[in-house]
Design a binder for this molecule. Structure first.
Ligand SMILES: Nc1nc2c(ncn2[C@@H]2O[C@H](COP(=O)(O)OP(=O)(O)OP(=O)(O)O)[C@@H](O)[C@H]2O)c(=O)[nH]1
Ligand SMILES: [Mg+2]
Ligand SMILES: [Zn+2]
Length: 368
């Protein structure tokens, strides 16, 4: 490659000296192999003096606050800049749907007082992502996160334990601590069936060691505990639309971000928050508000991930007849037996069965 660049520079100098040569001639010469002479940023830099080069190579580290289509908002020295990805980064082919995410630390050069260019992205210490069904790509929700505040509500919308299991697996894979938030507990007493479901969920998941915060923004229950959990950390609120992610943020940080009413008949959220954004806490730390999700496909889900997540199955699984028992319909399956005898929560067993079937189905399609 270097040889090519040197050759190009020689050509360039030659052209500058030989201005008298007709344009036509020059065109003919360069058209032999245009790809060889294509200007890139690298080539341009070659022409700079060493001092200029050093100046140009100086980059500052900024934090990505939000993504607005092609542009992103980054923070440097307490000032915000609109930033665009450098062309070469945009062309990078990856298994990811998005190259940049909220929480990224980026190296920027400044275009002017308000705009910057993102030259590179630093390595991330954690990633919350999900599978985008349409493109089968990894959709990155937020990065460099300490904990995911998996936001659910008891009713309106109803509690969905299986969805929580999906988030919990994504947390292990993405290297973040999970915290389960059950919001709207003020609505519990109106609904006996949902109350039973909530109590069952609480008992099962607390026994397994998960941190669960029961909250009501309306009645101001559990908000101090939530703020304490958030202090000094970077947390991301993620969950279905309408569970109250933005209301929770407004309640603990006294902000006024837009919240929305539920859709009347379905009690689902109306997807009010449309972009993720990083918010700084006065008490230290950050939190990210995200748009509500419809479903949560786990990116790159493997059988090993299920073994890690459904860790309470292990003591039974080791006595299954087959060493590679998937605990579906195999004979003498001790996990299934344990679930039937309520030694394993049926909730967890059913969540496992859905996920294992999903993996096996994916594998079958792959070999078709
Ligand atoms: N009863 C009750 N309603 C609540 C509570 N918290 C939030 N809500 C209501 O739930 C609705 C949805 O709240 P949002 O904060 O917009 O929900 P969101 O999760 O941010 O939704 P998206 O931005 O669409 O993902 C609003 O009408 C809130 O007033 C609560 O503790 N109790
Ligand atoms: Mg919202
Ligand atoms: Zn088994």
């Amino acid at each position: 490659m270097t040889d090519k660049f040197d050759k190009y520079l020689e050509e360039e100098e030659h052209f500058l000296k030989d201005k008298k040569k007709s344009r036509k001639e020059r065109k003919l010469k360069t058209s032999k192999d245009r790809s060889k002479y294509k200007k890139t940023d690298l080539q341009k830099q070659k022409k700079l003096s060493p001092a200029k080069k050093k100046e140009k190579n100086h980059l500052d580290k900024a934090l990505v606050l939000s993504i607005l289509g092609e542009e992103s908002l980054v923070s440097f020295n307490k000032k915000e800049y609109k930033a665009t990805l450098r062309g070469i980064l945009k062309k990078e082919k990856t298994k990811n749907k998005n190259i940049l995410a909220v929480g990224d630390i980026v190296n920027i050069s400044f275009k002017n007082e308000k705009e910057a260019s993102i030259e590179s992205i630093d390595k991330r210490y954690s990633i919350l992502s999900r599978l985008e069904e349409k493109t089968k790509k990894q959709s990155i929700i937020a990065v460099n996160i300490d904990q995911v505040l998996i936001t659910t509500s008891v009713v309106k919308p109803n509690l969905k334990p299986f969805l929580i299991d999906r988030y919990l697996i994504a947390c292990i894979k993405g290297k973040m601590k999970p915290v389960i938030i059950i919001n709207k507990i003020d609505l519990l007493k109106q609904n006996k069936k949902e109350e039973e479901k909530y109590n069952n969920f609480l008992k099962t998941y607390e026994e397994l060691g998960y941190l669960i915060l029961s909250i009501s923004c309306t009645k101001k229950i559990g908000l101090d505990t939530l703020l304490n959990v958030m202090k000094g950390k970077t947390s991301v609120f993620s969950g279905q639309s309408g569970t109250g992610k933005t209301t929770l943020i407004n309640s603990v940080l006294h902000t006024k971000f837009k919240t929305g009413k539920l859709i009347k008949k379905t009690y689902k959220g109306a997807h009010v928050t449309t972009k993720s954004q990083l918010i700084e806490l006065k008490t230290g730390g950050f939190c990210v508000d995200t748009p509500g999700i419809k479903g949560f496909g786990i990116w790159d889900l493997e059988i090993e991930d299920l073994k890690n997540h459904f860790f309470e199955f292990e003591s039974f699984a080791k006595n299954c007849k087959f060493e590679d028992c998937k605990h579906i319909d195999e004979p003498s399956c001790k996990v299934k037996e344990a679930a039937n005898k309520n030694k394993i929560s049926f909730l967890r067993f059913e969540a496992y069965r859905c996920l294992i079937k999903e993996i096996l189905e994916k594998k079958r399609n792959f070999f078709k």
